[in-house]
Write a protein that binds this ligand. Sequence first.
Ligand code: KIV
Length: 278
Amino acid sequence: MEKKKVMIPQLKEFKQQGQKLRMVTAYDYSAAVVVNNTPIEMILVGDSLGMVVLGYDSTVSVTMEDMLHHVKPVVRGARNTMVVADMPFGSYQAGRKEAVRNAVRFMKEAGADCVKLEGGLTVLNTVKAIVDAGIPVMGHIGLTPQTVSQLGGFKVQGKDVETAKRLIYEAQQLEQAGASSLVIECVPAVVAKLITEQISIPTIGIGAGADCDGQVLVWHDLLGMFDRFVPKFVKQYANVNILITEALIGYAEEVEKGLFPADKHCFGIQDSVLKTLY
Ligand code: KIV
């Protein structure tokens, strides 16, 4: 049976029915096709692209053009999977008009189903403006990597009374502003549970415990393809780097020894043609 694409209004139904939502990042067509053939409901084309694909030290340098370039092939590969496009740093900070214009580009030029943007109280008006323009928004609170220097590093957020209360309030306000789901990143599990209980839109956790309504992991973390650092919240379900390295070494050795290509990998011509060549 063909997988059925989950649509935005169904997200709340998942929560009401206690059915977990599964999201993974992807950045290209071939990865999107693989995800599309699994039961995973959502793909996030995250600005983590900057670190795991483009090799930057943070997500700050990622541009709208970088994101559009990667959202487009993912949409082409993921016909039955919701695609969420991450708004990069600088694409929604300069004003509501520009934020709406950039969100529209993700929908119109790339074919995304939803956009995601980071922040709490400071982005409420922006979220509302994008939602009012008819574009679904996924919020993102807790550790927000685009403002990591302001947060003082990649640190767990909401560990004291004041910041935990603020996260709960931000989540409620983002729901009020029209967000249809909410990523919670690097927050104590009990705080993420409280947030999840106090809003009616689904929470998608990353480093936020098992009581969120769904989970998200970065492709390269989940598959063991990024080992510059492995955060505590990551589970590597495979170590694809080892497989790829073994394959590349095997290829290099066989080329060196003249074992590849073998006859079966080569094209022939008719003897009559061959004779005329000598
Ligand atoms: O960019 C990204 O991949 C993200 C996830 C970590 C939620 O924002």
